[in-house]
Design a protein around this ligand. Structure first.
Ligand code: ADP
Ligand code: MG
Length: 538
């Protein structure tokens, strides 16, 4: 006989676990309490707008944060809906019963109900990460209800009494614990507030000053915004940085909800891969700047803001990775960025080419690391030749078709990795009317391999590779200034003079302007040397 039963949870046991492990960062208690205050304010505005609250809303709906170091108190006050004693019992005493979820459920047909931040019904308890005791002093918006005071020391015991509070709203009073002194420093609180609450939708006041911008531009429609709005917002996010090259306004509500603005920054050099420049928000509450998993790696070079209520708030690494919305969001962002680049390329090719220098790292990195991105980017990823001309891969194929076809039918694409050092070879190639690509950056060394793999029937050769002329058959013997016999002799003379088996001599002046003798180190030797220099392959 099997025995069935219900697993019971003892709050005495689960409480310390919640307090300790719910959030790894203690500072987020402030984010949670301020978001609750913002929620209470938004709810009041909503209820007033739909006529369910008929009283005065009042002018001052700010959320106020204050600290008293001597008294060891932090107070978070709002003029929102408040709570009755019954509601405290329901929403606060029942852990993991979210009043926010309930509100959204109840008013889900009304516009904007989903602007409420709360989700899990756990946030409030993060107060006990820093406070010895927590008090709630609150008066509901509901007429004829009494104000109530709740006090709890973080055990499962609490006390509710009547309160003298006369104004609608809630004060959360934290009596800061001995091991959390740091949070009694006003400068520390200001830093935390600026980090998490900078774009909360209700004004938040600290030390007599509003610390947030309640209407950040990503919450608006692209059609309402000018270029200046975008660049201004960029400097709000990253003061003192150079203006961005361009931006993408993300705005989607199906199959997940996401807004945001991604900026392409001007990178001074490609080693300046500044990461963690994208900030992740959920309903205007800052969550993290660790956007790994949400944003594909190659786009972590971008700057900006992503806001999605569909990204789990209590972000732990493994949770994020496994979340299916996060995967969808990742795919969506990749697609959006590709579409935007394609659009700019199609609409304004000259402008796009002018920016290529700055954006080629993103595009090439993306093509290298993301198959789906490659499929789109192959149409707007550009190749530049030594003369500074730009080509798409398709265009380049046609461009070099006639005279760079190898005996086996493949095309030979010739590239220079160092214009100065390979000067003689570039000239020689050009004299044979070969085109030479410029692929000289760190990312290019990887990109060459990708082109080799992806562009069908194409072989890439460095301009100083000794095999180019063996690959491409040329009927130019008549222009030769030297006979075969003379060439062999000359070669011997040079080889003797150099006396180094690692060097190769070729005597191939195809036209009178060419340098008659080219001394090269074979490709293999050169690679070995390069590797020894940089300390590894790559
Ligand atoms: P969540 O915000 O995810 O619902 P919390 O633990 O943060 O969960 O808060 C629990 C509930 O307590 C809220 O949903 C809300 O009903 C109530 N509450 C918390 N803070 C306030 C406040 N300042 N004003 C009114 N109600 C509040
Ligand atoms: Mg909350």
């Amino acid at each position: 006989m099997a025995e069935k039963g219900t697993i019971s949870i003892h709050t005495e046991n689960i409480f310390p676990i919640i307090k300790k492990f719910l959030y790894s960062d203690h500072e987020i208690f402030l984010r949670e309490l301020v978001s609750n205050a913002v929620d209470a304010t938004q709810k009041l505005k909503r209820l007033s707008a739909i006529g369910e609250y008929k009283g005065e809303v009042g002018e001052d709906l700010k959320v106020k944060v204050s600290v008293d170091k001597e008294a060891r108190k932090i107070v978070i006050s709002d003029r929102g809906i408040g709570m009755t004693a019954e509601e405290i019992k329901k929403y606060i005493n029942q852990i993991a019963f979210s009043g926010a979820t309930e509100f959204v459920e109840k008013y889900k047909d009304k516009p904007d109900a989903n602007q409420i931040i709360g989700q899990f019904g756990l946030g409030f308890y993060s107060a006990f990460m820093v406070a010895e005791t927590v008090e709630i002093d609150t008066k509901s918006f509901k007429e004829g209800t009494e104000a109530a005071r709740w006090i709890c020391d973080g055990s499962t015991e609490f006390e509710i009494t009547a309160s003298e509070k006369t104004e609608r709203g809630t004060d959360i009073i934290l009596n800061v614990a001995a091991d959390s002194d740091e949070f009694l420093e006003p400068s520390r609180l200001r830093t935390i507030l600026t980090k998490y609450c900078k774009f909360l939708p209700v004004e938040v006041e600290f030390e007599g000053e509003v610390i947030n911008n309640p209407n950040p531009i990503w919450t608006k429609q692209p059609s309402e915004l000018t270029d200046e709005d975008y660049t201004k917002f960029y400097s709000e996010l990253y003061p003192f940085s150079e203006p961005p090259l361009f931006w993408i306004h993300l705005n989607v509500d199906y199959p997940f909800n996401l807004t945001g603005i991604l900026y392409f920054p001007k990178i001074k050099n490609e080693f300046e891969f500044t990461k963690n420049k994208i900030q992740l928000y959920s309903k205007q509450v800052f969550i993290t700047d660790e956007v790994k998993d949400v944003v594909p790696e190659f786009l972590m070079l971008l700057h900006g803001v992503i806001d999605s209520p569909d990204i789990p708030l209590n972000v732990s690494r493994s949770f994020l990775q496994a979340d299916s919305n996060v995967k969808k969001i990742n795919t969506y962002i990749t697609k959006k960025v590709a579409d935007k680049l394609n659009e700019i390329f199609k609409k304004d090719r000259a402008g796009y080419e002018a920016k290529w220098n700055d954006i080629n790292v993103f595009v090439k990195y993306g093509m290298l690391s993301d198959e789906k991105f490659y499929d789109k980017a192959k149409d707007f990823g550009l190749l530049q030749n030594i003369d500074g001309k730009f080509f798409t891969m398709e265009e380049y194929k046609t461009f070099v078709q006639a005279n760079q076809t190898a005996k086996d039918g493949n095309q030979v694409w010739i590239y220079a990795t160092d214009e100065e050092k390979q000067h003689a070879f570039i000239e020689a190639a050009q004299n044979r009317s070969y085109d030479v690509l410029k692929l000289d950056s760190v990312i290019d060394s990887h990109f060459i391999g990708l082109l080799e793999q992806k562009v069908e029937k194409t072989t890439l050769k460095r301009v100083d590779s000794e095999t180019i002329d063996k690959l491409i058959e040329k009927d130019e013997t008549k222009d030769m200034v030297l006979s075969e016999d003379e060439k062999t002799k000359l070669k011997e003379i040079f080889e003797k003079a150099i006396d180094n088996k690692n060097m190769m001599v070729s005597i191939e002046p195809l036209s009178p302007e060419d340098q008659p003798v080219i001394i090269t180190m074979p490709e293999f030797m050169r690679r070995m040397k390069d590797m020894a220099k940089t300390g590894g392959g790559g």
